[in-house]
Design a binder for this molecule. Structure first.
Ligand code: ADP
Length: 279
């Protein structure tokens, strides 16, 4: 142990016996309470990870859980826009309060901290992961049952920081059929194993379209292989979300919470059940 040990392993490079995965975890703000944290990841951008994070948060909130949504995609934040949030976050010297959406979801995102929401964030990786860490340590999350973390795509600095510093209960993978699903899933499975965090489920977004005349499901990108992959990797819950222009319309106009047909309600229910069983 270093002589000047601060007992904060997250900011120390020493390799001493007290350095464990647990010791790297950061404490949330003293006034925060968060019961479950679920990270939503994808291999690349544009596959609907933010849409999935938002739909899961809405499903959780509608079920009566106190829900939070942390937008950890600092350079490409889209959560506030989907939920029609244009307010700035309020804060004091040592804490920031999340902005609350129309239906009551507690949201923190770079966009609610910027003076103008379309200002670009041109920062280096360390600063970005430091900001995400502050979303955990400096924000007062009020009695939250479920927190969803919308991660940036890939396996860079931010996912590593989140998995090391926050008590993540599980990961949800988002892919699309034309994404190199097998490889993406394998990478996510490997990362989850390295971090010792379970994969709770997989969402195949833009899985099919529904014919407006006959209601038949058409797999535009070929037959889905997500069920087989889930089976192969022991991922317990699968959801398939269609391409639905209404979803884009509601999300782009900031009214996603008003959209009644939440494709991920059942998926969330199953994940909720599985997590309760694990307790
Ligand atoms: P990511 O977070 O992976 O970059 P987003 O969730 O921001 O992706 O989605 C990218 C775009 O695709 C957004 O405009 C969103 O409204 C749209 N979109 C996502 N999922 C669907 C879907 N199932 N049907 C129609 N549009 C979708």
């Amino acid at each position: 142990m270093a002589e000047d040990c601060t007992h904060d392993c997250s900011s120390c490079g020493e390799n001493c016996p007290s350095r464990t995965a647990e010791s790297l975890k950061k404490k949330p703000h003293e006034l925060s309470s968060v019961k479950k944290v679920i990270a939503v990841v994808s291999g690349k951008g544009g596959v609907g990870k933010s849409m999935t994070s938002a739909l899961l948060s809405i499903a959780s909130q509608n079920k009566g859980y106190i829900t939070a949504l942390m937008d950890a995609d600092v350079t490409g934040p889209s959560i506030p826009r989907m939920l029609g949030i244009h307010k700035r976050a309020m804060g004091s010297d040592d804490a920031i309060l999340p902005v609350v959406s129309e239906s009551g979801i507690q949201v923190m995102s770079m966009n609610v901290l910027l003076e103008k929401e379309d200002d670009p964030v041109v920062w280096r990786g360390a600063l970005i992961s430091g900001t995400v860490l502050q979303f955990w340590t400096d924000v007062i999350w009020n009695e939250v049952d479920y927190m969803f973390v919308d991660m940036p795509p890939g396996t860079g600095d931010v996912p590593l920081t989140v998995f090391q510093s926050m008590p993540v209960d599980g990961i949800i993978i988002v892919t699309t059929p034309q994404d190199l699903v097998g490889m993406i899933v394998q990478k996510a499975v490997n990362m989850a194993e390295m971090m010792n965090i379970p994969i709770l489920g997989i969402v195949e977004n833009m899985s099919y379209i529904t014919c407006p005349d006959c209601g038949r499901k058409i797999s535009v990108f070929g037959e889905s292989c997500v069920d087989a992959l889930a089976l192969e990797h022991g991922i317990p819950v699968v959801a398939k979300v269609p391409i639905d222009s209404k979803l884009t319309q509601f999300a782009d106009s900031g009214r996603l919470e008003e959209w009644e047909n939440n494709y991920l309600s059942e998926f969330f229910d199953k994940i909720d059940e599985n997590l309760k069983k694990k307790k």
